[in-house]
Design a protein around this ligand. Sequence first.
Ligand code: WQD
Length: 339
Amino acid sequence: MAILVTGGAGYIGSHTTIELLNAGYDVVMADNFYNSSPEVLNRLKIITGREIPFVKCDVCDEQQVENLFASHPEIDAVIHFAAYKAVGESVEKPLDYYQNNIGGALCVLQAMKRHGVKNFVFSSSATVYGEPERIPSDESCAANGATNPYGWTKVMQEQILTDLCKSDPEMNVAILRYFNPIGAHPSGLIGEDPNGVPNNLLPYVAQAAIGKHPSVRVYGTDYPTPDGTGVRDYIHVVDLARGHVAAVKKLAEKCGLVVYNLGTGVGYSVFQVIEAFEKACGKKLERNILPRRAGDIAENYANPTKAREELGWVAQYTIEDMCAHAWNWQSKNPNGYKE
Ligand code: WQD
């Protein structure tokens, strides 16, 4: 039996593919390379020593998705990563985000129904908590408070999955709410390779460290936090990937619908992350203090108790590991996967 990883050539999809193979699962990867590179497939072959079955597929194209499932009857679970994920872009192009993210998920879920596939892991986000009801956020916090169309696509997909599981008791669905994934595979062969100028903190800091930017942006120093800058729960992408393996194992227990936060339970400020990265790269980075970024919240970090108790999963890597591995990837791949 095999796990279909949609968006498998992406940042989290590629790291999850490795951890699935390490755990003894067979994997079929699908991607349309909209926000990823075919070079990732070469890197995965080097890391795993295996030719991983891959299908170029746009998850919004019903015929392509049907062909994917028809040609891989061994698929018995799906981890669905394929989606647009830029918060700012979602504000500018909401229709594209609703069409692609919700349309793609529906296309995959309909194909699963036709082919009798009952196991689904959904890539959700802590952004569904919006301005969190309480900190640390636990899974019982209100999860319908997104502050941008990207986040609303996650809220709406969670509702779709809730309704689906009510209609079909044979469905097993794990909704995984990521906090802030950063870092890279320790080999430095795969990592985060954003299109254009990164919106997120860590990839921008990493690019500044190799000289692509003259300074690092600090969006606001007047938040009600210990040092005035935003606090987030940064989680190593390999820990996040291992959380998906734990979720796949949980689905095998015929668990129905389950929801888990994937975070470390520790919050770090922007200044703390910059300092950790300076230690990792051995360089001093100039700080460009800017006004708050529209839509940002002051603080959020996970209560990861439920995943620990029900999945037996705990994030292992420290912020120092995350920065060291991110620096290893960035310094070895100054232009990401582009030649
Ligand atoms: C982190 C902190 C910024 C950039 C978003 C999405 C979330 C997920 C991760 C997709 C904030 C500050 C940022 C910079 C800065 N994405 N910052 N300078 O906004 O917490 O989460 O990305 O799944 O769904 O909402 O992440 O890295 O953009 O910001 O000071 O150059 O760093 O204000 O406090 P965010 P981020």
